[in-house]
Design a protein around this ligand. Sequence first.
Ligand code: WT7
Length: 632
Amino acid sequence: MENIEKVHLVVEEKYFPPKDIVEECIVKDYESMYEKSMQNPTEFWEEIASDLYWFEKWEKVLEWDFPRAKWFVGGKTNITYNCLDRHVKSGKRNKVAYIYVDEDRNEKKYTYGELLELVNRMANGLKSLGVQKGDRVSIYMPNTVEAIACMLACTRIGAIHSVVFAGFSEGALRLRIEDAKAKVVITSTYTKRRGKKIHLLETVKEAIKPLNFVERVVVWDRDGELDEEEIDNRMVKLDKLIDNSSPVCEPEVMDSEDPLFILYTSGTTGKPKGVLHTVGGYMVNTYLTTKTVFNIKEETVYWCTADIGWITGHSYIVYGPLANAATSLIMEGVPVYPHPGIWWEYIQKYRVNVFYTAPTAIRMLMRFGEDIPAKYDLSSLKILGSVGEPINPEAWLWYYKNVGRERAVVVDTWWQTETGAHMITTLPSYPAKPGKAGKPMFGVDPLVVDKEGNPLPPNTVGYLVIKKPWPSMLRTCWGEPERYEKYWKEIPGGYYSAGDLASIDEDGYIMILGRADDVLSVAGHRIGNAEVESAIVEHPAVAEAAVIGKPNEIKGESIKAFVILKAGSVPSDKLVEEIKDTVREVLGAIAVPDEVEFVDKLPKTRSGKIMRRVLRARELGQELGDTSTLED
Ligand code: WT7
């Protein structure tokens, strides 16, 4: 029999956390802690930052010179010291940091002590290649602890990492290496997906062919399969670097505002933006949010299913969990291989307490039916996280019932590459509402406004803005400061504009409806309409293209492309396939349109801008809306 107290009470669509979970929560009183973060931010952030180690204390918590913020001004630290040395020095040398599992269920554990040594060896190895503080290093690696160690090796010595998701194509990779002017690229011979090897080194070799500034390529030769003749003079094996280096490497003394990493994300133009995060504020806020949203304690087993190539991986596989000395599971592969219950199998096997995934994955696993999770003992689960796109109530309830067994709480975390850390969610001790992300995190001051910046009444859809700076906010877009300023100047009032549509209910719960701008969300991946369009026109037969997102039950959105061919080219199925292949080559598989339709004309404004809104409305059989600016 179920203990009655363990069952959530449903009151007006609110799901109250069970008593035993609340009792275990690090933060039991969200309201008063949030209040403090707003009323007395200096004291609030000083207290949190004091949990971490600083070589020199900051002089000032915040310096706000609109739209530029500095946090923990003058503070000196190193994020790897806080993620590794601090724990090793406090008796956690033998605590497991990561349990890695591959697609064949092989597992490998890394303790904090082992990870620190690996990171130090790699850091010394990078130094021996001439990598210095401020240099950029691109990382194109599988979702493994080796990849994490590469990231940490960079930040140990003050180099700026730029991780590129290993599913990106050669073209997308080249663009990112080129934009960051990376001195070194780190890769591995392959990654595995559905039992198939995906060759990463080959992609890197092609990507860097025209890039002379790339001095070295470090290769993790996973199976020792590289022949000597395959290794050119730019290449060096990761194992060699590790073996030849000392396991001791003093952490570089970093200023709070020194760059930590660049991560590229899609915007409304064809070129992705290099979001830059800095050391101090990012460290403090990923530490705080991981601790309080996921309730990380000494014994917690935590699993975030993201890939380190995305911000979720950076903040909630690497830096946040490590800063909290968590034990994390990390998996290389897909959620349905070798079978669609593999995630539940691992939750049972490793007694996972906190599980963090994306709605698109939940919806995909839902399709296989509830009998699959029902076969496993998921009683270890306490917190179920969601991220990446709005979670529809149907998926929320499925997750809650079939995975959480109505005993675990669901936290729907809204945030962005730019925000660095969770911005809106409900803490596990706080009631949640399915389909609504919830309440602002500490120090976050959100508002829903119209285009002119006027606050909107409850339950009215408008633009989501953040009124004040927060520690883990992006500091700039790499090489494009004007793009950074746009976030703060898009909407009058001096607010950060998130680019999302949202509404706030009378209880202050925020619901996110999706992007307000020309950015798609396909299976939780952010893809700019313009990026896909410019990839399509790389096909020699294409004159012009427009791309829209269509609602899709599993992926959230699917891509449809409207294509005008050049004179002399004739529509055909073969051409459709070729166009899809072009997108696959230029951007990668995640951006390939599901549908391609050939058209003679595209709706445009008189100034020549394609009206994607009109295409979308036509496609979905909706009202066209205001077409007064339509040219024809
Ligand atoms: C965009 C940011 C943050 C990690 C993954 C995505 C959408 C993200 C939620 C959520 C509704 C969400 C927004 C946001 N998004 N989380 N819980 N509910 N929408 O990072 O690639 O920078 O994308 O993802 O549209 O603006 P990203």
